[in-house]
Design a protein around this ligand. Sequence first.
Ligand code: F6P
Length: 336
Amino acid sequence: MEAGRTRLSDHLSQQLDADQSIHRDLGKLILDIATAVKEIAILTSQGALAGVLGNLASQNVQGETQKKLDVLSDEILIQTFRSGNLVAGIASEENDEPIANKNGGPFLCLFDPLDGSSNIDVNVTVGTIFSIQHAPKDRSPELADYLQSGRKQIAAGYAVYGPSTMLVLSIGRGSHGFTLDAGTGEFILTHPNIQIPADTSEFAINASNERFWEAPVARYISECKKGKTDVRGRDFNMRWIASMVADVHRILMRGGIFMYPKDTKDLSKPGRLRLMYEANPMSFVVEQAGGLGSTGRQRILDLKPESIHQRVPVVLGSRNEVERVEQYHREHDSTN
Ligand code: F6P
């Protein structure tokens, strides 16, 4: 190793206790995920050259058209977990039901193999999100075993396939970012102990949904847009990449608030984003970096999951802004 460069494996050895088998296994699992991420990064970077762009005829359980790269990324991760004996069960956005691994293992892994996949064909940043939980001991996992609240996650993180590939993860001891050195194939610690500033002047929301928002969200965004001429007393900027990974990564890097709130666009859906493999892992990483993750009415990590593909409202990022949005919900709910 070059002096001054901390590899992912070195970082894990520093953070985990080599005398505990669960820690050793967690370290191995994270390195396996990093290997899968490198494979997905190669495919995304080759784009049309690898023949991986475009749609398949199939839909996932959410009724969304699957992209070739969604399915390929899913297969890479499933193959990684199935060939080892660390993960007893897998749940992914692309599979209706969880998949048991006959080799067993101490962990369950829930993941979105390629988040923001509507951006694939236009060469805009996408990512992989993962959540690691304890598996039940001495038996195969059942559906209920996966439905653990977010605060029980042992580790969570995401990979972002942008101009550089980064892996950002937390094992509950801060959030740390690693950049892939394409020359050596090593993830190098480039962003130790990420801290999200408590204040921000940048918000991220799909504003085309404005007429479907609830009053507290409409109030918050309206005040941001009025900027220094109104109660906020300062101007705000807006960004929306439409890849949760990329939008949340920006917030980890420089602060901001990300919102995909409850709306009335489709009353059968209480939100757009999925709790188990989007909202929970991202809230874990954000909170480990000093931010907050909320539905607007409740801390995401305290939610009691009801189903693998459950959708929830998401408001996360800089602490003071998320608290303000929660306050607006409380004020609204107390008078309605
Ligand atoms: O997984 C869902 C997702 O692609 C997120 O990555 C992203 O934040 C959101 O949907 C984009 O939604 P919309 O297409 O409504 O902007």
